[in-house]
Design a binder for this molecule. Structure first.
Ligand code: 5GP
Length: 199
């Protein structure tokens, strides 16, 4: 991969409903160098989602074709739908930008196998399960069955926190965001210094 070696890739994972999407968008708004990796999914769009912005919404057939053609760095089945990260899009974006990924633990494991990717892996957890349930209900974009399915997935999801470089409890959105900002700025500096040292 040919890219600006100072660019970094940040993965933000969390159980569904821990506030990850809000934080991802905040980072992109503040740091113009950051682009959010837009995944492909077979899930149907929610009413507030835009094709090409939130996700590339594709059919099962198209997704399967992408898998067969080796077009994904990683993909996973989550809540009965497929989600994947396109190689082409990541390789193109990292030439000029930092990237932030909103992907789950399965995708994180797969991306970690590519030793050439400079990943910073952050796992967000909600302060407790009651709070998580309230957030899932409040989000109001999922049916009660969907809320229940996502809530039940929490126990499995949280087992994978050890695969991450940082674990943050999202008790207060602003605080949590500040911690992530710190992590990004430390790693960005490290990355620049490292490459200046070896040049
Ligand atoms: P949602 O349906 O709520 O948008 O996303 C469900 C889960 O899929 C979230 O945990 C999100 O991080 C994860 N996800 C979204 N895109 C990808 C992807 O490209 N790969 C993987 N592995 N997970 C993804």
């Amino acid at each position: 991969m040919n890219h600006d070696e100072n660019n970094i890739m940040v993965i933000l994972s969390s159980p569904s409903g821990a506030g990850k999407t809000t934080i991802t968008k905040k980072i992109q708004q503040k740091y113009r160098t950051f682009k959010i990796s837009v995944s492909h999914t077979t899930r149907k769009p929610r009413s507030n989602e835009v094709d090409g912005v939130d996700y590339h919404f594709v059919s099962h057939e198209k997704f399967k074709k992408f898998i067969d053609e080796g077009k994904f760095y990683e993909y996973a089945k989550i809540f009965d739908n497929f989600y994947g990260t396109s190689k082409e899009s990541v390789d193109e974006t990292i030439k000029k930008n930092d990237i932030i990924f909103d992907i789950d633990w399965q995708g994180t494991k797969q991306l970690s196998k590519f030793k050439n990717l400079k990943l910073i892996k952050i796992y967000l957890i909600p302060p407790n399960k009651d709070e998580l349930k309230q957030r899932l209900i409040k989000r109001n974009q999922n049916s009660p069955q969907e809320v229940e399915k996502r809530f039940k997935a929490f126990d499995e999801d949280i087992k994978h926190w050890e695969d991450y470089d940082y674990v943050i409890i999202n008790k207060n959105l602003e605080n949590c965001y500040k911690q992530i900002e710190n992590i990004i700025s430390i790693n960005k500096k490290k990355s620049i210094n490292f490459f200046q040292t070896i040049e």
